[in-house]
Design a protein around this ligand. Structure first.
Ligand SMILES: [Zn+2]
Length: 373
């Protein structure tokens, strides 16, 4: 009997070691792309021509990327299911007529799903915006999902930063709570996700978005999402006119870089005298000798080659605005870029949007171009 019992426990142990289902499966890594206008000729840096879009998406299919609905991607990061290898999701912000009428047919032709992030005050405007009826008329086989992009597309720092007390609470309620209710009522479908206008958020906004019942929130921090990604902090990589097919390939081939112990944390509001930023690179795939951390492309970086602890120090005061912090490194096997990125905000009203890193290549680099995000 004792022998049988021992054999039983050995069998249980072997099964648990050999069967991946016995352990909580990691969701896998992913890349979420963020587009705006699809039109020709391209009128600005945020416009991708239909020819470029078709070439980029056809290349994804040819190279074996799995373009999946955002719902499937979010579910995986919420513990429901796993992601296929080379998982990519496509998103289009602001709901431009040109995008809906020149971009969506290309996705349909290629059989690819996407998500549109819309905000109520831009729906139904004559000319370059669709009406609620036009969105409701989208057939199910169009594979189009819809998320919220605020109520009025405010700049959280510029407009929200001026407000205090009840006025700020009213602003936040309208932009992140009421917007969801209005879209749900008028579109007749649940709205599960928020993409932040200009990619801007802070801890208070993140708390509110979560409490409102959004299942995920999206920035434009220009990095892939690692298997550890928090669904309320998902990165998106913006695709711009100047990317063409070459730049697109470079962005899509970036790999995620896993870090822990980030300080200050993602979404933190700090004061301008903060000089030191830290994180620990815990990614076994990255060559630690190639790791570099920057604050909006700046700073003196030091990496402990044994522990992966990475510190960047800045000289001088930081101006009141948002800053993307990035860590890059090379994959040990392939030499490809691994990257992670997050956003912090320096206290004060500020007058502009996020300042990105050099690696991010313009998504939030310039306050002068931020109106499109
Ligand atoms: Zn936008």
């Amino acid at each position: 009997m004792r022998l049988l019992c021992r054999l039983y426990w050995i069998a249980v142990l072997l099964i648990s070691l050999s069967c991946p289902m016995a352990m909580a499966a990691a969701p896998g890594s992913s890349l979420i792309l963020c587009y705006h206008h699809v039109d020709a000729p391209a009128k600005n840096e945020y416009t991708v021509t239909p020819d470029d879009l078709r070439a980029q998406l056809a290349w994804l299919k040819q190279e074996g990327f799995s373009v999946i609905p955002l719902s499937r991607l979010v579910d995986a990061y919420r513990g429901k299911g796993t992601l296929p290898a080379k998982a990519v999701a496509l998103t289009f912000d602001d709901g431009w007529r040109c995008t809906n009428e020149k971009g969506l047919p290309i996705l349909k032709e290629l059989g690819l799903p996407c998500t549109l992030f819309l905000y109520p005050t831009m729906i139904g405007k004559k000319g370059d915006k669709w009406s609620y009826e036009e969105y409701k008329a989208l057939p199910p086989d169009a594979q189009v999902e819809i998320g919220c992009h605020s109520f009025n597309h405010p700049n959280l720092l510029k407009e929200g930063g001026k407000l205090v007390g009840q006025a700020r609470q009213d602003f936040l309620q309208k932009e992140y709570v009421k917007s969801k209710e209005i879209l749900e009522k008028n579109l007749g479908r649940p709205i599960r996700w928020m993409s932040y206008p200009y990619g801007l958020y802070d801890a208070e906004v993140c708390r509110l978005v979560k409490a409102t019942g959004y299942e995920a929130a999206f920035s434009v921090n220009a990095a892939p999402n690692s298997s550890r990604a928090d669904p309320m902090f998902l990165n998106r990589v913006m695709i711009l006119k100047s990317d063409g097919l070459k730049g697109f390939k470079r962005k899509v081939q970036m790999l995620p870089l896993e870090v822990s112990g980030v300080q200050p944390v993602d979404g933190a509001t700090i004061n301008g005298s903060t000089r030191t930023f830290t994180a620990t690179v815990v990614d076994p795939e990255v060559d630690l000798s190639t790791v570099r951390m920057t604050v909006a492309g700046r700073g003196k970086c030091m990496v402990n080659p044994k522990t992966g602890q990475t510190v960047v120090r800045l000289d001088g005061e930081l101006k009141p605005r948002a800053y993307q912090i990035s860590i890059t490194g090379r994959d040990k096997k392939t030499g490809r870029v691994r990257l992670c990125s997050w956003l912090i905000r320096v206290a004060g009203a500020g007058s502009s949007g996020a300042t990105g890193s050099k690696t991010a290549k313009k998504p939030t680099d310039s306050a002068s171009t931020e109106e499109e995000e």
